[in-house]
Design a protein around this ligand. Structure first.
Ligand code: HSE
Length: 383
């Protein structure tokens, strides 16, 4: 099988290293952006060299971002080449367009590497879906935020110091706000929910809150109360309705999820006959993510790739509910307008006020966040 790589950074570097030992797969061309890095004969600066090469069967896309990734993926599919991608942003935004183009051209579009790095998550969602209706999924799907929360919880470190280390270790996105504000998890949540519930999911309909404003005082209070905070994707479905949200959650300190260390991920699903399944592994990095890409390549080459159909019409509805911990900075007066009616208890933490709510919807809590974007409000749902 002849393969082209779009990009030669961490992920395609991992793919290249794995495929080097698999003679039946030949990396015929590599698209790079920087002329100074044209170090191998197979490298090109021109995507047309790949699009017009009829010997190339499959294109791996790992350049990241929306454009030109979208155009390259569509052009490759329309040139009747299979596409395997690790680019969660472009898939979350244009998933149904890519699936339709692949179907029209009789080729495969595969996304295992977009969500959970090396964890075989997407494939297992599809396998479970052959027998069961997947009714719920959740997970830690961002290594950078987990690295930060783990170091704050286990080593008492400060947020900004740990973020710097995560960047130095290469876990974080080019703009780490995608990691700490929840955008990266939201993309993975949209892709996972679309596969699990076999439906189109508008990524922008998923509410998100991140960990930017978490403090040592929050972490200390969680510890005193036997809780651990993690940034979670949660999605549920009920008949023709589904719901999804990305936000910090509070877990009992003895749960599996609470003990996921460092930059690791965990993804969990619930099926009717299989019950609960939890998959744990490295959610980022060149070799784990490269491994997920190569698994997709092998599945295509051996006719073991699942089709994606988005066969169900489902509505986004308010199904997820929970109690929330909300820390409100001193001086933010308008909070009672939003959560006065759902306040279960209030206490002070330093100069700030903490409200623990009664059971409510994410929409109610996120309306407080949206109205106070410039303030350091921190929220976490009791899971
Ligand atoms: N920045 C991402 C993470 C990379 O930290 O999980 C993998 O998607």
């Amino acid at each position: 099988m002849n393969i082209a790589l779009l990009g030669f950074g961490v992920v395609c570097g991992g793919v290249y290293d794995i495929l080097k030992n698999m003679p039946e797969y030949n990396v015929k061309k590599i698209l790079i952006r920087n002329p100074a890095k044209l170090t191998m004969d197979c490298m090109t600066l021109d995507f047309a060299d790949i699009e017009n090469d009829s010997e190339i069967d499959l294109v791996v896309e790992a350049i990241g971002g929306l454009h030109p990734a979208r155009e390259y993926i569509l052009a490759a599919l329309n040139a009747k080449k299979h596409v395997v991608t690790a680019n969660k942003a472009v898939v979350a935004a244009y998933f149904d367009e890519f699936v339709a183009a692949a179907k029209e051209n009789g080729v495969k579009f595969m996304v295992e590497a977009t969500s959970g790095g090396g964890i075989p998550w997407i494939k297992n969602l599809q396998r479970v879906g052959r027998i069961d209706k997947v009714t719920k999924l959740h997970g830690i799907m961002n290594g950078t935020s987990n690295f930060i929360l783990s170091a704050m919880t286990c080593e008492g470190k400060d947020f900004s110091d740990v973020l710097k280390t995560a960047q130095e270790l290469g876990y974080a996105e080019a703009d780490p706000s995608a990691d700490i504000d929840g955008d990266d998890v939201r993309n993975k949540c949209a892709i996972s929910a679309a596969i699990a519930f076999d439906t189109k999911v508008d990524v922008n309909s998923i509410m998100q809150a991140g960990i930017r404003h978490i403090t040592k005082a929050d972490i200390d209070w969680f510890k005193e109360n036997g809780l651990v905070c993690k940034l979670f994707a949660t999605a549920v479905c009920d008949k023709d309705n589904f719901d999804a949200v990305v936000e910090p959650v509070l877990l009992g300190c003895d749960t599996v999820e609470a003990n996921v260390p460092k930059n690791y991920n965990i993804t969990c699903l619930y099926g009717e006959t299989i019950g609960e399944v939890k998959l744990y592994g490295q959610g980022a990095g060149g070799l784990p993510t490269g491994n997920a890409i190569v698994q997709d390549i092998i599945d295509i080459n051996t006719n073991n790739a699942f089709d994606i159909s988005f066969g169900k019409e489902m509505n986004k509805a308010e199904i997820i509910r929970g109690k929330y911990y909300i820390r409100i900075p001193a001086g933010l007066e308008n909070y009672t307008e939003f959560i006065g009616d759902i306040t279960e208890k209030t206490f002070t933490l330093g100069d700030d006020t903490v409200v623990v709510t009664t059971e409510t919807t994410p929409a109610k809590i996120h309306s407080l966040l949206d109205a106070n974007k410039d303030k350091a409000v921190f929220v976490a749902r009791y899971f």
